[in-house]
Design a binder for this molecule. Structure first.
Ligand code: ADP
Ligand code: MG
Length: 356
C-alpha cells in the first residue's frame, strides 16, 4: 500500500522511481560501490530495500544510524563484525539478509574466527560466499554514521572497503546518506588521505517529487484505499507539504484513517514537528547554535550578516570562522542550501515548523 508509513520493500508499493531503481541496479551491477543520496524521508531506504529484495545474490542490509545509536555514539568494530556474523548465522538487530536464492545458501559451513575476527576477515568470507552463491552486496543505510566506526573516523572500515574494492571481486557496496556532504566527506573519493581516494563509483540521487508527481502520488494512494478526494484538496495538501514522499504518505494515511482533510494536515504537521524536534536535539548535542541558525534562516534571514546578528542577539558572540563552519555543516547535513549567497531551508515543512 502506497500510504503505508513504514519503509517499503516491494516494488509494487513504490510510486514512480523507475529511473532511480534502474540506476541503482545498474550501479550495483556495474560498480563495486554505489552511493544513494537524498534528503531525509525522500525514499532512499525504501528504494534500497526494494533493490535488495530483488537482488539475485546475497544482500546484507545494515542500518548505520541504529548501530551508532545503540553504541551510544560510536560503532565498535567488534560490534559490527559481530552483527554481520549474527545476520549470517541467525538474527541480527540492526539489519537483515536478503536475496531470492537465500534458501539455497547453506551458511552453516561458513567459518569465521570466533573472537578476533576483523572486518577484513569478514569481507573475505563474504567474498568467498559470493564465489559460491553469486555476488554479495553489503548495504549500509545512513552510512555517514560510519565515521563513528573505530577510533580513526571510520578509516579502518574504509580501508577494508578499499581492499575489497581492489581485491574481492564478488563483493559490492551500497552506501546511502541523508547527510549528503557528510557522506561524501566520509567516503573521501576526492581526499588524498582517504583509503578510497580516486575510486570510481555510481551515484544515484533521489529528489522530492515535483508538483505534478506529488499530486499524482496522492491520487494514486487515495484511489488504492478507495477514498474520494477532490482535486482542490489534493492541490492544497501539496501546497502545504511539498513533494517529500514521507510527508505525503503521513498525510494520506491520516486522511484515510481519520476522514478529515484539516485534521490530516494538522496531524502530519504535528508528527513532523515531533520528528524534527528529535532531530534538532541530536543537532544540539553537536552545537547549541545549530537551532538558532536554522531558526534565523527559516525566518527569512538569508544573508550571512543577518544570520550572524540574530545568532549573536540570541546566543552571544560568535566568531566569523565559527559561524561559517556551522553553516557549512548545516549544508553538509542537508538542512540548508546556499544559492547566490542566500541561505534557504531545504524542506519547506521543516521551514514552517522552525518558524513556529
Ligand atoms: P529515507 O530513507 O530517504 O529517509 P524512506 O524510504 O524511509 O526515506 O521513506 C520515507 C517514507 O516515505 C516511508 O513511509 C516510505 O514508505 C514513503 N515513501 C518514500 N518513497 C516512496 C514512494 N516512491 N512510494 C511510496 N512511498 C514512499
Ligand atoms: Mg532511510
Amino acid at each position: 500500500m502506497l500510504f503505508d508509513p513504514r519503509p517499503k520493500s516491494r516494488r509494487e508499493e513504490i510510486f514512480d522511481r523507475e529511473n532511480e531503481l534502474n540506476s541503482l541496479i545498474r550501479g550495483i551491477e556495474g560498480y563495486p560501490m554505489t552511493i544513494l543520496i537524498g534528503i531525509r524521508r525522500v525514499g532512499k531506504s525504501s528504494l534500497l530495500r526494494v533493490v535488495l529484495s530483488e537482488f539475485e545474490g546475497l544482500g546484507i542490509y545494515l542500518d548505520a544510524r541504529r548501530l551508532y545509536a545503540a553504541g551510544g555514539g560510536t560503532i565498535s568494530p567488534v560490534v559490527l563484525v559481530d552483527e554481520i556474523k549474527k545476520l549470517l548465522f541467525g538474527k541480527g538487530r540492526f539489519g537483515f539478509l536478503s536475496g531470492i536464492r537465500l534458501e539455497n545458501v547453506n551458511l552453516a559451513g561458513i567459518k569465521l574466527k570466533p573472537k578476533e575476527a576483523t572486518i577484513i576477515d569478514v569481507l573475505e568470507v563474504l567474498n568467498g560466499l559470493g564465489e559460491k552463491f553469486g555476488k554479495v552486496l553489503l548495504a549500509f543505510d545512513e552510512a555517514q554514521y560510519l565515521r563513528f566506526y573505530g577510533p580513526r573516523g571510520g578509516k579502518d572500515l574504509l580501508a577494508g572497503v578499499a581492499y575489497a574494492y581492489d581485491s574481492l571481486p564478488n563483493l559490492g557496496f551500497v552506501f546511502t546518506g541523508s547527510e549528503v556532504g557528510l557522506l561524501h566527506d566520509f567516503i573521501g573519493i576526492d581526499d588524498y588521505s582517504s583509503p578510497l581516494f580516486g575510486r570510481v563509483y555510481e551515484e544515484v540521487e533521489v529528489k522530492p517529487f515535483p508538483r505534478e508527481l506529488s499530486e499524482a502520488f496522492l491520487r494514486a494512494g487515495f484511489g488504492e484505499v478507495g477514498l474520494k478526494v477532490s482535486d482542490e484538496e489534493i492541490k492544497r495538501a501539496v501546497d502545504e507539504l511539498d513533494g517529500i514522499p514521507g510527508w505525503l504518505v503521513e498525510f494520506g494515511f491520516n486522511y484515510w484513517k481519520g476522514g478529515s482533510f484539516e485534521r490530516a494536515i494538522e496531524r502530519t504537521i504535528e508528527r513532523a514537528r515531533t520528528m524534527i524536534r528529535e532531530e534538532l536535539l541530536e543537532l544540539e548535542k553537536r552545537s547549541s547554535r545549530y537551532s538558532l541558525i536554522l531558526r534565523a534562516v527559516a525566518m527569512g534571514l538569508s544573508r550571512w550578516s543577518n544570520i550572524k546578528d540574530y545568532v549573536e542577539a540570541k546566543g552571544g558572540p560568535i566568531t566569523n570562522a565559527r559561524l561559517s563552519a556551522l553553516l557549512k555543516n548545516l549544508e553538509k547535513m542537508g538542512w540548508i542550501k546556499k544559492e547566490s549567497g542566500e541561505y534557504k531551508i531545504i524542506d519547506p515543512l521543516v521551514e514552517r515548523i522552525l518558524r513556529g
